[in-house]
Design a protein around this ligand. Structure first.
Ligand SMILES: [Zn+2]
Length: 315
């Protein structure tokens, strides 16, 4: 099909004409914005954050309330009765969460040295104290999916379906500390900031090509969207998982849970197979086997850090 006013031989640049310059200016502007909003994260990695901690925590709370109102929360505040066994289970999970919460606060106060990597010098994140802005909450959702999450603001939920995979307190602590790792590293805020820059870019380019033919617009927007997806969002998703893993391992050690349970947990997760694994632990993320291998490599330093911090040997 021939698109009026479009000569195929000229390619995308020719098709855009002078507008190529406007689009180039938009992209340069976005890259500039990207670099001016860089902050140093908890692991020393640079992150683009345009949102404030208060905004992130508020959105975390809103999302948490929404989810809890739709899901069957075990022994929720509004529940008229709660079976004895359920009470005990929820209390067990909350106690694990509190230990991790306290470890996170103490770690942050100390200056965030990553002891499981054998580091002795801290790199306090450039945004300062985060844990005391959190309104930590731990709830259990009665559902078969093996899932868990922690939202900005310290809003944690465990799905009962993950309990068999978690197997024991240390395994469950490994799940929860990974999720808390996402919240402490402000991955939610980073994703929001990336989403903001992407949609602003798409809007701006949309305006620049707004009076062109539909097919041309689609081609330009498609090229921008695909670049963003492959070049930015996917790699970040992987980086976030690895970062949450390492922060989670640090929290395990600092809360005196057995760090060796982390690789064991991922091996059990691998055995579940792709079909049974929840999205948080799927596809774009490093596969569980690779994850377990990374943990095993870190284990000698993690065990040494545990023994030093907790004053007891792991046998
Ligand atoms: Zn994760």
């Amino acid at each position: 099909m021939r698109i009026p006013g479009y000569d195929r031989s000229q390619g995308l640049a020719g098709m855009l004409g002078g507008r190529g310059l406007i689009i180039l200016a938009i992209i340069v502007g976005l890259v500039f914005w990207w670099f001016t909003n860089q902050k140093q994260g908890i692991t020393g990695r640079s992150q683009m954050l345009t949102s404030s901690i208060e905004d992130e925590n508020r959105m975390g709370l809103e999302a948490y309330m929404q989810i809890l109102s739709e899901e069957p929360v075990m022994c929720s505040r509004g529940a008229t009765s709660c079976a004895m066994d359920d009470t005990r289970e929820v209390e067990r999970i909350r106690a694990i969460g509190r230990r991790l919460q306290e470890a996170a606060a103490a770690w942050e106060a100390e200056g965030a040295a990553m002891s499981v990597e054998g580091k002795t010098e801290g790199s306090l994140p450039s945004w300062g104290a985060l844990t005391n802005t959190f309104n930590w909450q731990f709830n259990v959702i009665d559902a078969d999916t093996p899932n868990a999450f922690a939202l900005p603001g310290g809003f944690v939920a465990i799905y009962s379906g993950i309990l068999p995979v978690a197997a024991n307190d240390d395994g469950l602590a490994a799940v929860m500390s990974h999720e808390i790792g996402h919240a402490l590293a402000r991955h939610g805020g980073e994703r929001m900031s990336q989403g903001q820059i992407m949609s602003f870019g798409q809007l701006a380019i949309g305006l620049a090509v707004g009076d062109m033919g539909y097919d041309t617009q689609r081609m330009v927007m498609g090229a921008f969207g695909l670049g963003a997806e492959l070049g930015v969002l996917k790699p970040f998703s992987r980086a976030h998982e690895s970062e949450a893993d390492i922060i989670g391992l640090e929290l395990l050690v600092r809360a005196c849970f057995d760090p060796r349970e982390a690789p064991r947990l991922w091996r059990r997760m691998a055995e579940l197979g792709d079909g049974a694994r929840p999205p948080e632990f799927l596809s774009t993320h490093p596969d569980p086997e690779a994850r377990a291998a990374v943990f095993e490599k870190l284990m000698p330093t993690a065990i040494a850090a545990y023994e030093k911090h907790c004053g007891r040997k792991l046998t």
